[in-house]
Ligand binder design. Sequence first.
Ligand SMILES: C[S@@+](CC[C@H](N)C(=O)[O-])C[C@H]1O[C@@H](n2cnc3c(N)ncnc32)[C@H](O)[C@@H]1O
Length: 283
Amino acid sequence: MAAEFAHLLCPLCGTPLTKDGASLYCLGERRHCYDIAAAGYVNLLPPGKKNNAKAGDDKEMLRCRSRFLSGGWYDPISKTAARLGREAAGDKEIFFTDAGCGEGYHTCQIAHRLQKIGHPCSGIGVDAAKSGAAAGAKLAKNMGLTNVQFIAGNIFAIPLQDQSTDIIYSIFAPIPREEAMRILKRDGALIVASAGREHLWEMRCLLYGQPRVGEGVKMPAGFTVAHKETLSYQIHLPDQNTLSCLFTMTPFYYRCPIEGRQRLLASDCLTVKVEVDFTVLTL
Ligand SMILES: C[S@@+](CC[C@H](N)C(=O)[O-])C[C@H]1O[C@@H](n2cnc3c(N)ncnc32)[C@H](O)[C@@H]1O
């Protein structure tokens, strides 16, 4: 298993970071230092960049996503992601990066599932939202996982060493094409989980009346599609609270018409289709 906070780079000077006590120090002349926060994550967002704050999801979205995911509604997604990672890696030990990990739910589930079947693995969750990285570290601690760490960082300038990662996961997150190419080992895989054409269809019907079928996410150029599959199942959301948590964690929360929002908030329960496209990409 990789050491704690392995393969990281200093976001200021790009030299490797090593752990010493409760801090990470870079090997550069200035010995930049990053403290491990009490919550257990490290903030490697490039200091002073105004866009840092804008890149991540807001606190309300993160809070709702945490509450919704902890209900287990999306566990088949983590399960599929873990299986595809194992299939792509074969017998090799896996070091994975979850790029845009939110509050680390899938990161921890993937690490837990691989560990449970005895596949040696370690991983790192990266998100621009500090509260996401903090929540991930807390969840890992609660689940007793020592093989997964969290950093606040920008996935478009990801502070990880070249060719350090066996599997990159991009789960409902922006895909950092160039950085993925840089950090992925030559025999590694980028696994993208994105909304399928009819993902959350019944919710979209409530919000938009007659929604359009989704177009799917465009895969990044320069990779080869090694495998594709679609995960599809139904969930019954039993109360308004669960329903509005799911709504708040989707992009529809910001852009649906006001009447649609009212219809959704007036519903007590809903049966919804979950449809997720998984694409395994290799170099
Ligand atoms: C829709 S959420 C998905 C979170 C998680 N993968 C999941 O499925 O629960 C997308 C995540 O990408 C993160 N994100 C967006 N842009 C980012 C960037 N430039 N660097 C790091 N994280 C970013 C957001 O903060 C958010 O947590």
